[in-house]
Design a protein around this ligand. Structure first.
Ligand code: NAP
Length: 433
């Protein structure tokens, strides 16, 4: 006897939605066997219902709210994009007790609290594996597999566009603007690349990762953020000479302040990463996330962080979980915020700096520059001079120091007569010195 079907509404038929519908349709029998009941698509919401959309025309609707409200819809898959419209739709679904799967990091990074409260009230599932690092399973490992451990750090490359650009700059020696244009031509960068290249997308993902890793509600606004648009081919050259490369990192970390208070840090910026670090070899549009947990040690998750089919894989994994819960009763884990840790300001975080500056051809330059570091208790690890005369460039790498002391040092270097200009300042990650 066939069990009663579980009704699914798919909101969006773009890169991700069309792959969700395709895989769900082509493998309907497998999904039924895995869930215990058939999954039936009740409708697909799009903006444009006319023309051949590659799906049965009778499933299409331009009224997502009506679709979400239908009695025969048990689970809503939200792959629309944007914030305001999906927020209302997801809330309305959860309030009606329907489980929701979403790939929407921008929505979650602002409104997880509100959505989780609605899910809690109606005892519905809210799953979002696809919202961080596409196909890579990282949300469920953090929420479930590591639920018995204590996670201390989650650091990763979670934006494929910026990783593609930085890898290509490293490989070809081309400058940022040229490489961004090439990324656009190849479909790796959007017409307006701001969300990717300025780190907003990675910051949304960092907020989600920090929230689930540290049982604390973190929003995108809590995340310190810098993008990659100021990275030059010279920076990548110098990185190479230091046996490093440059990656846009999302870092979520549990820290203890000098006064012994536990805090968390969530930050996104381009950083020098030693070539020996596992994240250094993650190239092109790939993503990777390294998790450090007390008992488990270091774990690394690697794979395709975007794209229709890879993202659909994560969405469909969530869909099977939510459908099983509908079929057997019960529900999966919800947001856990019991720890309520405060987010430390960037200035309190211990980091290492790489400072590249053009200096004047005068005696005593090195001593004058070194004095600025020592005034603020910033210890220098290495100093290298490139070139000579008026074109000389000094590259200083520091040991760990408070980020505020480092940024004050850089500000004071800019005022020195012997410094023509500070060309570049980057943090160095993946080392402990
Ligand atoms: P997309 O290609 O732009 O598709 C969006 C779909 O939503 C389109 O089918 C569009 O309809 C429909 N839509 C948008 N607003 C609508 C509205 N108000 N009413 C009805 N339909 C509406 O987007 P995508 O790349 O698939 O991304 C979808 C979501 O997944 C986003 O939240 C994104 O951040 C997330 N995500 C994407 C990827 C990826 O690789 N693409 C990876 C991870 C997460 P029309 O087709 O008629 O325009």
């Amino acid at each position: 006897m066939t069990s009663k079907p579980i009704g699914v509404a798919v909101l969006g038929l773009g890169n991700v939605g069309s792959e969700v519908v395709r895989i769900l349709t082509e493998n309907a029998e497998d999904f039924e066997a895995r869930v215990g009941a058939p999954l039936e698509i009740r409708g697909i919401a799009v903006r444009r219902v006319d023309g051949d959309r590659g799906v049965p025309a009778e499933l299409l609707t331009d009224d997502p709210a009506e679709l979400v409200g239908r009695d025969d819809v048990d689970i809503v898959v939200e792959v629309l994009g944007g914030i305001d419209i999906p927020r209302k739709l997801v809330l309305s679904a959860l309030e009606k007790g329907k489980s929701v799967i979403t790939a929407n990091k921008a929505l979650l990074a602002e409104y997880t609290g509100e959505l989780a409260d609605a899910a809690e009230k109606s005892r519905a599932d809210l799953y979002f594996e696809a919202a961080v690092a596409g196909a890579i399973p990282v949300v469920r490992p953090l929420m479930q597999s590591l639920a018995g451990d204590r996670v201390n750090k989650v650091a990763g490359i979670v934006n494929g566009t910026t990783n593609f650009i930085l890898s290509a700059m490293d490989e070809t020696g081309a400058d940022y603007a040229e490489t961004l244009a090439e990324a656009g031509r190849l479909g790796y960068a959007e017409a307006d690349p701001t969300a990717d290249v300025e780190g907003y997308d990675a910051a949304s993902k960092a907020a989600i990762l920090a929230s689930i890793a540290f049982h604390t509600r973190v929003t995108a606004g809590d995340v310190y953020r810098e993008g990659i648009s100021t990275i030059t081919s010279d920076d990548l050259e110098t990185a190479k000479s230091l046996d490093c490369t440059i990656k846009l990192l999302a870092i979520c970390e549990r820290i203890v302040t000098p006064k012994g208070k536990e805090r968390i840090s969530a930050r996104v910026y381009p950083a020098l990463v030693p070539l020996s670090h596992p994240l250094a070899s993650v190239n092109g549009a790939f993503n990777a996330v390294v998790v450090e947990a007390e008992a488990a040690g270091r774990l690394m998750f690697y794979g395709q962080g975007a794209g229709g089919a890879p993202t659909a894989s994560a969405v469909l994994g969530d869909l099977v979980m939510a459908a099983r819960n509908k079929f057997y009763g019960g529900r999966g884990p919800l947001e856990s915020t019991y720890a309520k840790l405060k987010v430390a300001p960037m200035g309190d975080i211990l980091t290492r700096y790489y400072v590249s500056m053009q200096v004047a051809d005068k005696p005593g330059v090195l001593a004058t520059v070194a004095a600025e570091f020592s005034k603020r208790d910033v210890s220098i690890s290495t100093v290298r001079q490139h070139g000579a005369g008026d074109g000389a460039r000094l590259v200083v790498v520091t040991h760990l120091a408070a980020d505020s002391a480092l940024s004050e040092t850089v500000a004071s270097l800019e005022q020195l007569d012997v410094v023509v200009h500070v060309a570049s300042v980057l943090r160095l990650e993946g080392t402990t010195a």
